[in-house]
Design a protein around this ligand. Structure first.
Ligand code: NAP
Length: 292
């Protein structure tokens, strides 16, 4: 069997490494994973962790650097970075995939609700989705929701006994990043995914009180839930170094959660993986040192 090359764009990040791990675990000899990163250090780190992969360097802000990385590639997984111009990054990668002439599937990591274009994050990802749909390349959107890993950013408050999380009485279904990587690996290595948008959520809807109770059970100390107002959340995000665009985007997302507009558990992840997705409590339990 011919080896096919799967290029991962954004390979050094959380979702990139989760996808590489899943692809490496899933496959024998018929695929080659090519990790697209922007620094030699990160290329070396990935090669140490996953010796069988190739690593290629490019910068998504500089389209001319993409050509060599896309040469001979048959499938691409685009993971746009956490940057304001991520739609343009995705467009540059899609242009490079078209120019390569060998690409017959592009999977784009996106967000649940992108199709509504109601908030900044949805608009950014939908712009990339639309560009991909118009590119002529066979596409699959992998729409994701609030990552379980995000709670590491709330660890200081949790350690001190309070989850400050501005979603009032709303609910959400936090999603495990390794599960996303596994879903991506299934889509990239099996047939029947062209022209589909998968909506991945975690397996259970949780309120702020539910999440605080999980942290209390796992850490063994009291964790209260407090939903701060928008100004307080904005102040704490920006003073922690969040860029203004991203802090404003998160406030919009919190409002979506607070008003239960994203209070959904979808079946797509379980259908792709053939097993229930990871519960927040199991993930936190496996990482509890960070919250004690
Ligand atoms: N947090 C959530 O709940 C959530 C939910 C849904 C979607 N998302 C979005 O999903 C996406 C992936 O998330 P993630 O956690 O995997 O992100 P991540 O860990 O930040 O990974 C993104 C990767 O993109 C790379 N990148 C950024 N700018 C680049 C450039 N100019 N050229 C080449 N590579 C570049 C980064 O490279 P470096 O490693 O060199 O920095 C990084 O490895 C992000 O856009 C995120 O905002 C997040």
């Amino acid at each position: 069997m011919n080896q096919e090359t799967i290029l991962i764009v954004g390979a050094a990040g959380n979702n990139g490494t989760a996808a590489i791990e899943a692809l490496v675990n899933r496959n024998g000899s018929h695929i080659k994973v090519r990790a697209g990163v922007r620094s030699a250090d990160k290329a070396a780190q990935l090669k140490t962790r996953f010796p069988a992969i190739e690593a290629v360097l490019f910068n998504l802000d500089e389209p001319a650097t993409l050509k060599a990385a896309f040469a001979g590639v048959s499938k691409v997984y685009i993971i746009p970075g956490n940057v304001e111009n991520r739609a343009q990054h995705a467009k540059n990668a899609i242009d490079a995939a078209v120019a390569a002439g060998t690409v017959r599937q592009v999977v784009l990591l996106s967000v649940v609700g992108a199709e509504w274009e109601a908030i900044l994050f949805a608009k950014q990802f939908r712009e990339a989705e639309k560009y991909l749909e118009a590119s002529g390349l066979p596409w699959t959107h992998l729409r994701t929701i609030w990552f379980q890993d995000n709670f590491f950013g709330w660890a200081d408050g949790i350690k001190n006994g309070t989850l400050y999380f501005g979603i009032r009485d709303g609910k959400l279904a936090p999603l495990n990043v390794k599960d996303i990587g596994e879903a991506a690996s299934v889509i990239l290595t099996t047939d029947g995914h062209t022209g589909k948008a998968y909506n991945l959520t975690g397996p259970e809807l949780l309120s702020g009180n539910d999440i605080a109770a999980i942290f209390a059970r796992v850490t063994g100390h009291a964790v209260d839930y407090v939903s701060p107002d928008e100004n307080s959340t904005y102040e704490s995000l920006t003073s922690a170094g969040w860029p203004v665009w991203q802090a404003k985007g998160l406030l919009e997302l919190f409002e979506v959660f607070a008003s239960n507009q994203a209070a959904v558990v979808t079946p797509d992840g379980e259908a792709l993986l053939g097993r229930p997705l990871t519960r927040l409590e199991d993930y936190i339990n496996a990482n509890k040192e960070a919250f004690i």
